[in-house]
Design a protein around this ligand. Structure first.
Ligand SMILES: Cc1cc2nc3c(=O)[nH]c(=O)nc-3n(C[C@H](O)[C@H](O)[C@H](O)COP(=O)(O)OP(=O)(O)OC[C@H]3O[C@@H](n4cnc5c(N)ncnc54)[C@H](O)[C@@H]3O)c2cc1C
Length: 401
């Protein structure tokens, strides 16, 4: 086995890994990211909406949202419609930052590529094609072992290897498995013309509780519509269960007679389906030299639109903790103490949001009848989601090198 010595090892070059590596670099360390896939491998998923609290965290890492999110577009408002098409609620997705930046929607692959470029711009090395098999701590450091008989040893290891994290199971073999939320996720980008009546105004993400599935879409500045669907489902989808044609046919059946059918027909390639999961409480977040960030520590239901933001906020708080505490165990404990209450509250909120999408016909009718009044009452007391969107992690000051 070949082994190298490193200062800080980051496992995973997704959102949390690139952000954590930038934070470590700002905190005065020399991190190296080890990513399982190759640099050009397509990322799973269609697009993500990065909420304004996450955009603030990106800025706190010294990254300019105008550059990192250049290929995205502003979506600061959400319009929610019922099964009959009636508008149930319209709400902000957080207010603008002082520089005017707002919640932004961007293709997943573009966000990964931009964050990796930003990490490299800030001096982070990324090594591709390294899949972690296990991480173990010893008196002289923590060793990451990879497929292909390769290993690296470092003083600190950050596990940013996502929902099915190997770092997490290495830290605690009895750690709970992710929970299936009873929804699939799929979507695409239209290629053909779309009925103008379907297009939400610029800046609005339109969502609809269809009769058989939940749909969401927004009009990109180039005229294409970016859409997703969440069909309810009793069990996770299996690999090879659908072909492109059978999946399209199934989706069209779910959307029959509803506006989303027009979007499906105008899309040449439909991406997915994927099973959606969350991870509410991971008992062990860190050891003496190993720590989890992002989905590895706390996956939020995709319906919350907060997974990316939570990963970015984690990174900033980890950077602060490492700057404030000289001893690693104290720094890692401080990070967990700050982050755990907030992320667990966001995960619980995400699960509640997901559950409104899997109601039967009676529950759906009640939801559509009650929601407008409930929303108006809640909003009279202020934005009920302000605690999510208005959270601001402080800027991370650069440590002298
Ligand atoms: C369908 C769907 C829609 C979503 N929509 C939104 C949204 O609109 N807004 C939002 O904020 N969030 C959304 N999320 C959540 C968001 O995508 C995640 O919370 C976010 O990607 C977490 O980042 P991460 O870096 O922790 O994990 P990931 O993005 O999954 O990155 C993990 C990285 O680790 C690598 N890796 C995995 N295992 C290993 C290993 N053993 N060794 C080395 N590398 C490894 C992977 O290749 C990957 O690059 C959505 C999630 C899903 C599934």
């Amino acid at each position: 086995m070949t082994n190298n010595e490193r200062d800080a090892i980051v496992i995973g070059g997704g959102i949390a890994g690139t952000a954590a590596a930038i934070a470590l670099r700002i905190a005065g360390r020399t991190p190296v990211i080890y990513e399982a896939h190759g640099p050009g491998d397509a990322e799973r998923g269609v697009f993500v909406t990065l909420a304004v609290n996450g955009v603030n965290a990106m800025r706190a890492l010294g990254a300019d949202p105008a550059v990192v999110l250049a290929r995205g577009f502003a979506t600061p408002r959400l319009a929610l419609h019922g099964a009959s098409g009636r508008l149930l609620a319209e709400m902000p997705l957080g207010g603008p930052l002082p520089d005017g930046t707002v919640t932004t929607t961007i293709r997943r692959a573009d966000l990964y590529a931009a964050l990796r470029s930003e990490a490299e711009r800030q001096g982070v090395e990324i090594v591709y094609g390294h899949r972690l098999t296990s991480a173990r701590s010893g008196p002289h450091g923590v060793t990451a072992e990879f497929e292909g008989d390769r290993a690296v040893t470092g003083e600190l290891l950050v596990g940013a290897d996502g929902l099915n994290s190997r770092t997490r199971t290495s830290l605690d073999p009895s750690t709970p498995a992710p929970h299936f939320l009873g929804l699939l996720d799929t979507g695409g980008f239209t290629d053909g013309p779309v009925d103008a009546a379907l297009l939400p105004p610029p800046g609005v993400m339109r969502m609809a509780f269809g009769r058989r599935a939940f749909f969401g879409w927004a009009a990109a500045p180039d005229g294409r519509v970016w859409w997703f669907a969440n069909p309810p489902r009793r069990r996770p989808v299996e690999r090879g269960e659908f072909t492109a044609d059978t999946w399209r046919a199934h989706l069209l059946e779910l959307a029959e007679g509803e506006p989303a059918a027009g979007l499906i027909r105008a899309t040449a390639e439909i991406l997915g389906p994927w099973s959606t999961r969350d991870l509410p409480r991971v008992p062990v977040w860190h050891g003496d030299r190993t720590v989890l960030v992002g989905d590895a520590a706390h996956a939020v239901a995709p319906s919350s639109g907060q997974g990316v933001s939570m990963a970015l906020e984690d990174a900033v708080v980890l950077g602060h903790s490492l700057r404030e505490h000289r001893e690693l165990p104290a720094a890692l404990s401080a990070y967990e103490t700050t982050r755990r209450p907030r992320v667990e509250k966001v995960v619980a909120h995400g699960r509640r949001t997901s559950s409104t999408k899997v109601l039967g016909p009676v529950g759906a009718a009640l939801r559509d009848a009650m929601m407008p009044l409930g929303m108006r009452t809640m909003h009279r007391r202020g934005d009920p989601q302000a605690w999510i969107f208005e959270h601001r992690v402080p800027m991370l000051a650069r440590a002298p090198r």
